[in-house]
Unconditional design. Sequence first.
Length: 285
Amino acid sequence: MALLEQQGKIDIKKPVSDYIAELKGSEWDTVMVEEALDMANGLDSTEHDEPVQDTRTNPDQVYYQWGVTLGFFVNPDQKERDPFMVMRGMKRKYPGHTAFEYNSINTWVMNRINERVGGKPVNELFSEMVWSKIGAEHDMELAISPQGYLLLFGFTTSTLRDMARFGMIFTPSWNKVAKEKVVSDKQMKCIQTLGNPKAYQGSGEEAYGKRWFGETPYMNTAQWDHAFEDGAMFKHGNMGQGIYVDPARDFCGIYFGLATNDEAISGADHSPGYLRTAAKLLAGK
């Protein structure tokens, strides 16, 4: 999305429904693209609804119903099979950009917008704009829904080394893997600063960050779960995966599958903290 914005094809200050006609006339008219991009759309039906957090097991939850339409949850009794129709039922909970709530619906929305403005399936866009430029040795494998939607809020596989190549395009050593600079300095600055520190405070992700890093990250930003005031960013995935980039220290670290999801959430997995510590030690600061 940052690259498409750089080409002038998208304005993240506009409403989501300006790009996705299926959501016009719903609360998504009031959600700016940057709010969804920043996991702070202010709507209900999030991936970890409080206080029960049963969105992945309870068929009455809107997030679960949305997952059924895309084929990663099962409910034979559910009649609605259109993910957009489920999303049209989401209601406003509080103003956008005021609370960071992790929600894969946001990421799915970003990919649909990318496709609409880019004019191609998101896998082709990503291949042309990024993957083909980083010296990747292997394809990245993606999952699609029964309707043919690329999911891309998960359900992807790559080799560890290729994911490290991806991470390196966010560092000064981008030229070790690419022949051209994929992420401009302007776009890098935007990615690092899009978030709202106040929205991050008190979130579940902030609690994870404190346990993992032994310090409190500054905010989340542009789909990165944790960002620090020194410009470093970290993104984690289920079942113990992580990507940490630290442009100021010219460091990138990746890990796959070092913990179960319970260990990762509980803080027993210290891998994120190890990466940040390694970056500081190697840079001497």
